[in-house]
Design a protein around this ligand. Structure first.
Ligand code: SF4
Ligand code: SF4
Length: 212
């Protein structure tokens, strides 16, 4: 278990990555912070919350996201030194044809938020699911959530749809940070692996430039 706390902004302490990349990481982390704040408001107002202890959506083998939304997580893994273990686990999952997220901990210890080993740094898709609405072609807001939340909380969602975070708003903000990276949606483990490898490459390049 690495962290359960909510992302509260980002401090690039001991950051070795180059400035443009660091800026992207900061922009994405700030977006997460804004979304977390909006989700908290929505939860307080509507009462919509995940079923306690549930992590069924994390068990899905087809979760996809962009490399960009994995950058803060990858940077956190580099700073904590956990990245080799994560890359090793990703490879092991690949070998066994297991497409589930590598951060999923199936034996949560007390105090863990869900079963995510890096909850504060999880990608955008994980932050939106169960806590936002999508707008369909008819302009109607539809909960972006599991069947369980839709059933249990359908009334609350209906009452407070106006205040629910709208998915598109946050994906557009991500798009504004780096359109090219957002458009490519990958299986979550591939996206994380690419984000880690991208940061490692930047670090090596920077050391070469500095002659270290
Ligand atoms: S979104 Fe649904 S499946 Fe996922 S943790 Fe919340 S209640 Fe469980
Ligand atoms: S990153 Fe965390 S919240 Fe997202 S799918 Fe993986 S375990 Fe679940």
């Amino acid at each position: 278990m690495w962290t359960t706390e909510r992302c509260s902004g980002y401090s690039p302490v001991r950051c070795e990555v180059c400035l443009p990349l660091r800026r992207k990481i900061l922009d994405v982390a700030r977006l997460f912070h804004r979304l977390d704040r909006d989700v908290q408001r929505f939860e307080d107002r509507s009462g919509v919350r995940c079923v306690a202890g549930c992590f069924r959506c994390c068990l899905k083998a087809d979760i996809r996201c962009s490399v960009l939304e994995c950058l803060p997580l990858a940077h956190f893994l580099l700073q904590t030194g956990a990245w080799p273990l994560v890359l090793h686990d990703i490879e092991a999952r690949e070998r066994h044809g297991d497409g589930r997220c590598v951060l999923l901990s199936e034996t949560p210890s007390e105090g863990e938020a869900g079963c995510c080993r890096a909850y504060a740094w999880r990608p955008l898709i994980c932050r939106l699911f169960g806590r936002s609405v999508a707008v369909n072609r008819r302009g109607e807001a539809v909960p972006f959530a599991c069947a369980s939340i839709k059933q249990t909380w359908s009334e609350a969602f209906t009452r407070s749809r106006g205040g629910a975070p709208v998915m598109r708003r946050y994906t557009l903000q991500l798009f504004a940070v780096d359109p090219a990276t957002v458009l490519a949606s990958l299986p979550i483990n591939d996206a994380l692996s690419e984000a880690i490898e991208g940061l490692l490459l930047y670090n090596r390049y920077r050391r070469l430039r500095l002659g270290r």
